[in-house]
Design a protein around this ligand. Structure first.
Ligand code: E4P
Length: 216
């Protein structure tokens, strides 16, 4: 399973890259807005300099024609830019066209198996089911992820399943258990994956014993 970072913060992306676990990056308009008044295209270019894998840049319109215009423009920023289109009728029209032009599309805001099937039929390179947001309304995001993976395994579609809106380590572990191609997560969740009190305690003990033994 590949690890994507779900952030537009350059320091977090650099830190995850230094840890060797940033296979890609997903951004969205909310994450870009958090970075203040940055120039969107320059910011995506800066991310693409840090991470070699897919970097999602999201369109910001409801109309397919404008999505196409933005998508074609953003795709020129760097070869690893992937265009994020919403799972709407207009979004899937744009997905079909961009895919036909050889531009990779990550279809975002997926909340049902039916939508995931449509995205694959439209030629999406990635489908992003939002687990955490389903959990937020009392549904089970992991059930949706499992259903999509089961359906996709029946066909030779090229669409990779990108588990998104992950909120905690259990989401990541279960996404891996189910066989998601990719998990995208905030830096905070990556950090939580490392933590175990027995690791901290054991390491402190080893260092203390080494020092006590008089070795340098
Ligand atoms: C995915 O590409 C989205 O940017 C993201 O996972 C949304 O997560 P959220 O529900 O925590 O905002």
């Amino acid at each position: 399973m590949q690890f994507f970072l779900d952030t537009a913060n350059l320091n977090e992306i650099r830190e995850a890259a230094a840890l060797g676990i940033a296979d890609g990056v997903t951004t969205n308009p909310t994450l870009i807005a958090k970075e203040g008044g940055v120039d969107f295209k320059k910011h995506i270019a800066a991310i693409c300099e840090i991470v070699q894998g897919p970097v999602s840049a999201e369109v910001t319109t409801d109309q397919a024609d404008e999505m196409l215009r933005q998508g074609r423009e953003y795709a020129k920023i760097a070869p690893n830019v992937v265009i994020k289109c919403p799972l709407t009728r207009e979004g899937l029209k744009a997905t079909r066209q961009l895919s036909d032009e050889g531009i990779r599309v990550n279809v975002t805001l997926c909340f049902s198996s039916a939508q995931a099937i449509l995205a694959a039929k439209a030629g999406a390179s990635f489908i992003s089911p939002f687990l955490g947001r389903l959990d937020d309304i009392g549904e089970n995001g992991l059930v949706l992820l499992s259903d999509i993976l089961e359906i996709y395994r029946n066909y030779d579609w090229d669409t990779e399943v990108l588990a998104a809106s992950l909120r905690h380590p259990v989401h990541v572990i279960e996404a891996a258990r189910l066989g998601a191609d990719i998990a995208t997560m905030p830096f905070k969740v990556i950090d939580q994956l490392f933590n175990h009190p027995l690791t901290d305690k054991g390491q402190a003990q080893f260092l203390a014993d080494w020092q006590k033994s008089g070795r340098k």
